[in-house]
Design a protein around this ligand. Structure first.
Ligand SMILES: C[S@@+](CC[C@H](N)C(=O)[O-])C[C@H]1O[C@@H](n2cnc3c(N)ncnc32)[C@H](O)[C@@H]1O
Length: 389
């Protein structure tokens, strides 16, 4: 197995950067905004790692390619080949990418016909002309397999799906936890996973979140088997984070250590172990809740205060961190009218304070910052990666 296709989430650049950070040995091949092919000849991935990708919806291992004339025969053959032990009926589903879903039904009928001609009993679970959802896939797993057909130009790549984002599990983690505070802004668990993955941290290592709030990053890190340390200036949020962690440990039988302490991230002594953390990952203060109709003059004061906060944090703390420590930070940016406001000055200034910006992606996709914003919101998150020199 050498080629894997990743079906990307809503923010394709973030998804791509995350895959590259988690699988640095894999070579990126062709990609669009919807999917990306990676060559894994140099190292076999652990399929369990696909579950920790917050920006990928589905992952499939490519098994063969076909022209449009060969497609039905090839898919019919692949379905049989991947089900060698099937004694009764083969059960399967198909999803298509880079090709309109309206073609699905006729493709499925042609595959069925091929099977019938060969006396093979099979049943597809697709309803109408639509791809399988995560729920379909998880249900299908009990009795069958899902296949992905990805069209690139005149060639169809046929693969077996090996991982799908478990939407219900995310929603349980997000809405089921006991402490939520809308004023603080809600970091989606998927984005917390992406931030952790962008840092390149792996199981058994230690991560510090110095602005941990209700603990979303701590929770997602603990689920990945990372040792997590969280601190925050606000004792109410810390108590909430503790509740969330206790709930997570109990609900999902997690036993990786999570440690919390109260601290202003810009001053005071932090425990020594914090500075031996392998990475620092955080979503910082996003400023006050803003309505989408906020005016530019209202934003300027907020940006000034936040730049001071982050300058103090980075300049005070970076010197105390180990050389080579990676810091992944989600810093706010704002939109008012047609203008956008980034914390550009602080990003520039801290590069004279022992930190180096470590950009994402390469070639024409190269980015200093990756953006995450919902269209109706005045505040977005600009994701930066730094290395301690
Ligand atoms: C947007 S929230 C982070 C939310 C968090 N990522 C979560 O998932 O719940 C920002 C946090 O930064 C904290 N904060 C603001 N200024 C701080 C400072 N100087 N030191 C430490 N924490 C601070 C706030 O108390 C708040 O919990």
């Amino acid at each position: 197995m050498s080629k894997i296709v990743f079906i990307l989430g809503r923010d394709p650049l973030l998804s791509l950067a995350e895959i590259q950070a988690l699988f640095p040995e894999a070579t990126p091949e062709y990609s669009t905004d919807a999917f990306a092919f990676f060559d894994f000849t140099k190292s076999q991935p652990d399929f369990n790692d696909f579950k920790r990708l917050g920006g990928t919806i589905k992952t499939a291992v490519i098994k063969m390619t076909a022209t449009s004339h060969e497609l039905s025969d090839a898919l019919a053959e692949l379905i049989v080949r991947q089900n060698p032990d099937s004694v009764s009926k083969i059960v399967y589903g198909v999803s298509v990418y880079g090709w309109p879903e309206e073609h699905l039904h006729s493709l499925l009928m042609r595959v069925k016909e091929r099977h019938q001609k060969k006396g093979i009993k099979s049943r597809f679970i697709n309803k109408g002309n639509v791809n399988l959802t995560a729920a379909h896939y998880l249900h299908l797993l009990k009795e069958g397999r899902e296949f992905a057909v990805i069209r690139v130009g005149g060639i169809f790549h046929l693969g077996e799906v090996v991982g799908v984002q478990d939407i219900e599990h995310y929603s349980q983690r997000d809405y089921g936890k006991p402490f939520r505070d809308m004023r603080m802004g809600m970091l989606p668990p998927k984005l917390a996973q992406i931030l952790l993955n962008l840092s390149g941290v792996h199981s058994g290592q230690t991560v510090w979140d110095p602005f941990c709030g209700g603990g979303t990053i701590l929770m997602e890190g603990a689920l990945m088997g990372l040792n997590m340390i969280g601190s925050d200036i606000n004792p109410t949020y810390l108590a909430g984070a503790q509740k969330n962690i206790d709930w997570l440990k109990h609900t999902f039988s997690v036993n990786t250590p999570v440690e919390l302490f109260e601290q202003d991230a810009t001053r005071g002594d932090a425990p020594r172990r914090v500075f031996t953390a392998d990475t620092v990952v955080f979503e910082g203060d996003l400023g006050p809740p803003l309505s989408p109709s906020v005016r530019p003059d209202q934003i300027q004061g907020i940006v000034g205060r936040l730049q001071d906060l982050y300058f103090d944090f980075f300049s005070q703390r970076a010197a105390q961190l180990k050389k080579g420590t990676v810091i992944v930070s989600a810093l706010p940016f704002f939109r008012a009218g047609h203008r956008e406001f980034f914390l550009t000055e602080v990003v520039k200034a801290i590069q004279n304070e022992g930190l180096q910006l470590d950009p994402f992606l390469a070639g024409e996709r190269f980015r200093d910052v990756l953006l995450y914003r919902r269209p109706d919101q005045a505040v977005g998150r600009g994701i930066y990666r730094f290395k301690v020199l």
